[in-house]
Every structure is written in structure tokens, then in C-alpha cells.
Design a protein around this ligand. Structure first.
Ligand code: GLV
Length: 310
């Protein structure tokens, strides 16, 4: 069986392709090349693939996405219902997301930025004791990633709620389900963590209307996609004082362009889409098991619903 790799990340591509080839020697693993005749491959492993991929390779039946967010795939010309898109499920990412969110939550709730400034000024002074009730955390999107984030924060005794379209229960977390419950979820949240998939329904969900419903002096931690955030609405929220700070890992344009106001904003922390990376061994292990299941004709876990786009 032929497997083609198409990723804009050369190094990751090469490492993953070699590990997959070593694990399944019977496969013919090769790199996709633009403008060549179809290879006949039925399986593609991709990360932000080129637009021509599925047109040039009409035999593809299975696409493995080397990450959790599959939003880059739905606009691919040639995509049809007969193609199964399989996301990497966790592969070490959820715990990294939890670390990222906890880091920025604690910086705010425990005043660590203030202590850093105090050290620069040689000031010895304790901030007020933390009152966890003043830091209700809300996690938008409680799939594999968001659930781990929410439960990790709940384990630190912060009041935590989660919101999802379906409202599936999550132990230790108060769950709000469906758009009708979004206002109640926002109204009890001060630290909003976004872990939603990007779909036409969630695009721009972090906007004036939602941010203004949060408990004042709110914080935003965006580990979803840049397309979730209306950037000017965040800047306006910070200027008005409704928002106190934001930690952003994802942006509508990546890399974040030079001169973008987020770079120098004193209340915004920018990281370069590093909140969570899928770990190579776990990723390859998942792909190996799923290719084996596919060959045996078994249903695969992690297949994306093409109607819901996640
Ligand atoms: C990273 O952004 C991912 O979707 O895995």
C-alpha cells in the first residue's frame, strides 16, 4: 500500500515518514510532489496540505491530519464524503494544552507578573491572598483537549465550567450545552479558555458580544485557532478595562505579522503556536494502528464528521 506525505513542515514530515516506514515496512511511504502523475496512494498523511493534493491524488480514501485541528482540510478542493479524515487524538497534546492554560491562569491569579516587576524594582511585598471564587474559569470546547484543560484546572480547586455544543458531562466540571446556554456560561466566567475547533459556527466567537458578557477584568487564553478571535474586539475590550489580559497562541495570520499591535501590547502575551505539539512516537503509533485497522476493514476512531467539520 502506498502512503503519501504532504506537509508544509519539512522536518516533521521527514521524521514522521521515516518512523512510519520503519514501523510498517510493507508500506511504500513517499513524499507527495506537485505536478506529478497520480501515485495511486489510498492514504495521505498531511499537515496544512497543498490545495492540489486531492485533485492530483484522486484515489485517496484516508487522510491522517498530523494535529488535532482539522480546519485546514475542509477547504481542500476534491474533498468528498468518501474520504475519511482522521485526526490525531491527543498524542501528548492535551497535557501540554493544560500546562499552557495553567501557566497563564496562574500568572494572572497569583500575580506572578506583578512579582516579576517587583523584583525588577527590588520591592519585597506580598499581594493579597488568592480567593479562588474570584477566578471562575470557563473552557469553551470540552473535547479531548478542552476536557483535559478543564479537569486539570478543576484539580487546582478553581471553579471550572465547560461549554460545548452537545453539553456532554465531564466529571468535576459544570457543563453548559448549546448556544442557548452560552450567555449563562459567559456570565459566570472570568478566565475564558478557548479550545474549540474552528468551524463556520465558531468562527469569530471571541468577539465584543461574548467578551463583554464575561465577569469584568476578564482574561482570555486562546489555544484554539486565530479565526475564533475578532482581534479588534479584544483590543477594544482591553482598552475599556472589561478585559485585563490575554494569552494568545494562535492568530488569524501566522506568523503574526511584524508591527501587529499584539506584539507590543502590555496586557497580551504572544506565543508562536506552540501550546501543544503532537509527540512523534505517539503520533506514529496511532497512525500505524489505524492503518492496520483500515486494512482489516474495521471502523476507525477519530474520524472527523464532515457535516460538523470537527
Ligand atoms: C495544532 O494546532 C493542532 O491542531 O494540532
Amino acid at each position: 500500500m502506498d502512503v503519501i506525505f504532504a506537509s508544509h513542515d519539512e522536518e516533521r514530515h521527514t521524521q514522521c515518514a521515516s518512523a512510519l516506514q520503519a514501523a510498517l515496512p510493507a508500506l511504500r511511504v513517499r513524499r507527495w510532489e506537485k505536478g506529478k502523475p497520480p501515485t495511486g496512494a489510498k492514504v495521505a498523511v498531511v499537515w496544512r496540505p497543498p490545495a492540489e493534493l486531492l485533485i492530483q491524488e484522486p484515489d485517496i480514501e484516508l487522510v491522517f491530519n498530523l494535529g488535532a485541528g482539522v480546519d485546514a482540510l475542509f477547504s481542500l478542493p476534491g474533498l468528498h464524503e468518501g474520504i475519511q479524515i482522521v485526526r490525531i487524538e491527543d498524542a501528548g497534546m492535551a497535557v501540554q494544552m493544560a500546562e499552557y492554560a495553567i501557566h497563564f491562569l496562574l500568572r494572572a491569579s497569583r500575580g506572578f507578573d506583578i512579582y516579576a516587576q517587583q523584583q525588577r524594582d527590588a520591592i519585597w511585598g506580598a499581594q493579597a491572598d488568592i480567593d479562588r471564587a474570584a477566578w471562575p474559569v470557563g473552557v469553551l470546547g470540552i473535547g479531548i483537549m478542552g476536557a483535559r484543560v478543564a479537569q486539570a484546572i478543576a484539580a487546582l480547586d478553581y471553579p471550572v465550567a465547560g461549554w460545548s455544543r452537545r453539553g456532554q458531562p465531564l466529571s468535576g466540571v459544570e457543563v453548559y450545552g448549546g448556544l442557548a446556554c452560552l450567555p449563562a456560561f459567559l456570565a459566570r466566567t472570568r478566565v475564558l479558555i478557548n479550545a474549540l475547533p474552528l468551524t463556520p459556527q465558531t468562527e469569530g466567537i471571541l468577539c465584543h458580544e461574548t467578551l463583554s458578557q464575561l465577569i469584568p477584568e476578564a482574561y482570555l487564553i486562546n489555544i484554539g485557532r486565530g479565526g475564533h478571535l475578532v482581534e479588534d474586539d479584544l483590543l477594544a475590550g482591553l482598552a475599556s478595562g472589561q478585559m485585563r489580559g490575554a494569552a494568545l497562541d494562535v492568530f488569524s495570520q501566522e506568523p503574526l505579522p511584524a508591527g501587529h499591535p499584539f506584539w507590543s501590547h502590555p496586557q497580551i502575551s504572544v506565543t508562536p503556536h506552540i501550546a501543544a505539539a503532537s509527540l512523534l512516537d505517539k503520533t506514529v503509533n496511532q497512525i500505524v494502528h489505524k492503518i492496520q485497522a483500515y486494512v482489516r476493514g474495521e471502523p476507525l476512531a477519530g474520524v472527523v464528521d464532515q457535516r460538523l467539520l470537527y
